[in-house]
Design a protein around this ligand. Structure first.
Ligand SMILES: Cc1cc2nc3c(=O)[nH]c(=O)nc-3n(C[C@H](O)[C@H](O)[C@H](O)COP(=O)(O)O)c2cc1C
Length: 302
């Protein structure tokens, strides 16, 4: 492990370890206005959702590295405490990057980066028409710590493009193409091929990793992810189910293969369980694994 005490490094040097590891970060593309109505648009990846009731987003422009001055977004919010936080998808990423150039105050990055301003309903700053999700926010609070200005914003109106909404009226994650910021110049494109589902454990009480028999836990074939899936089952299959499963062709074939001396029974069972777990068939995986763990359950099926 590389162990670092932040005090021993220049803040910018430590920051590079943070952005490379606290990643990927969503990008708030923030439009704001000064008291004269001049518009500003800038991206910030120190950003996330923090509250549900009321819905809260937070983001944090830091003061400029070169002279410690506040960024235009921060100066604008001091005058007009409202923003629109526009989400960034792949189609917008290069123009969004262009908008991050530190143009002088008063320069409208909608124009410099080629985005279309769309009037908001409840706040003064305009929305970015090209963005598939736009949140009109009032800024509730600012917390200044060192060079950070952390804005706590309440969403008071939200807009979502029809083409990211599924049949149930909710956001269909497969229709989105968000981009996120990583370390250095790296970004992540969160498209369908990069996504996967993990069954929520909080609706049930899984048996837990520690309740998995040691010979499964120490498997050379099953990984930590597989064991996490196995520990998420509420109750192990009972003896009748395990015995019934023994009659399936898959298990018969596995047993025959092991009798013929081609491989250890456990390895064959673990291989099959891994295959099932990768299809998220957790109960079936247990039924396979328990063919070798009848003693653990007090079964006597032999
Ligand atoms: C994807 C991306 C994310 C960024 N995130 C931040 C951030 O979280 N905080 C920050 O201070 N600057 C961040 N920046 C740099 C600002 O966008 C940049 O300093 C911008 O010019 C500030 O604009 P303003 O002075 O008009 O507010 C980011 C830049 C990019 C391209």
């Amino acid at each position: 492990m590389l162990t670092l005490d932040p005090k021993d490094l220049e803040p910018r040097a430590f920051y590079s370890y943070l952005t490379g590891t606290v990643a990927p970060r969503p990008i708030a593309f923030v439009s704001s206005t000064d008291k004269h109505g001049n518009i500003n648009l800038s991206p910030f990846s120190f950003f996330n959702i923090m509250g549900i009731n009321p819905p809260i987003l937070v983001f944090a422009p830091n003061n400029r590295g070169r002279d410690g001055s506040k960024k235009d977004t921060a100066l604008n919010i001091a005058e007009v405490p409202e923003v629109v936080i526009n989400m960034v998808d792949f189609a917008m990423v290069q123009q969004m990057s262009l908008a991050s150039i530190e143009y002088p105050r008063g320069i409208n990055e909608f124009i410099k980066a080629g985005f279309t301003p769309e009037p908001s309903i409840l706040v003064t700053p305009p929305r970015v028409k090209e963005s598939p999700a736009q949140f009109e926010c009032k800024v509730l609070e600012v917390r200044e710590i060192g060079t950070m200005n952390l804005y706590i914003c309440q969403i008071i109106m939200a807009h979502f493009a029809e083409d990211i909404i599924g049949e149930n009226g909710k956001i269909d994650q497969r229709k989105t193409n968000w981009v996120a910021r990583m370390g250095a110049d790296w970004y992540a494109h969160i498209s369908e091929g990069a996504m996967f589902e993990v069954e929520k454990p909080n609706t049930k009480i899984g048996i837990g990793y520690d309740a998995i028999p040691e010979s499964i836990r120490l498997s050379k074939i099953l990984t930590g992810n597989h064991l996490g899936q196995l520990g998420n089952i509420e109750v192990l299959p009972d003896k009748t189910e395990v015995m019934a499963y023994r009659k399936t062709q898959t298990i018969k074939d596995i047993i025959e293969q092991s009798i013929n001396g081609c491989a250890y029974l456990d390895n064959l069972l673990h291989d099959e369980a891994r295959r099932l777990l990768e299809m998220n068939k957790v109960k079936e995986a247990w039924l396979v694994l328990l063919q070798s763990h009848n003693d653990f359950l007090g079964y006597n099926t032999r």
